[in-house]
Design a binder for this molecule. Sequence first.
Ligand code: MN
Ligand code: MN
Ligand code: MN
Length: 277
Amino acid sequence: MDPRIDLHTHSSRSDGLLAPAALVDLAAQRQVQLLALTDHDTTSGCDEAQSACDRHGIRFVPGVELTSLWRDREIHVVGLGIARDHAPFIAHCAGVLELRRERIRAMGQRLTAAGLPGAELAAEALSAPAPTRAHLARALCSRGLVATVQAAFDRWLKRGRPGYVATQWPDLAGAVQCISAAAGVAVLAHPHRYQVSNGVLRTLVEQFKAAGGVGLEVSLAGMGPGDADRAATLARRFELAGSIGSDFHEPGLPWRPLGRFAKLPDRIMPITARLGV
Ligand code: MN
Ligand code: MN
Ligand code: MN
């Protein structure tokens, strides 16, 4: 049987529900042999995850998922094998976390203007170490203002809805270079989720590669066969290594389970070869 690996996961240090050690316990139950923790714009959970992986005999890769902007779109870059003590990397993450806090405060004000208890919702979200829209969504849910997290996004929080605020994230090339400078390997996250034409996606991948990008997620939970084919074609064309992950956030979502079989499409170099694991 192919081993299981997962190089894209979230803990409660960003918008996941499980503490890093609990995430690792679940990974062990699911026979994951190689695991990266890639919280949004923070590596604060990596020490805890590393210790838990050591206890379970799982190989651990310290990671991050940086938020960036390219042509006015939010693009995510996973960084694997990050040197967490690299000062410019730490400063980059601190800057993004401050942007996140400002955004949540501004979204709270928008929600207040729309007749909701925006200050309370924002305060609850801001108690998280890396506050995200998911935290606002959960706060809306827990007050019974919406039925589900998805409904919170659809009604209030996504682009075009009353609570949405756009943010000037660092640009894509800057995020890639920040990861590379910290000895990390930059992987373009979930290419199938950017709502762009094939031509624009190709340009994105080309510019990502030109900035120093190394990998592309070609096997991610939730990718359909067509998405996977497109990602594999792009990886071959731009000679990017293929990465595998779940983008796991919580145990309650059976369509995004932790751990994926380490099987890549033909003629794709595995990202593990670039990580030395
Ligand atoms: Mn997330
Ligand atoms: Mn993402
Ligand atoms: Mn993610």
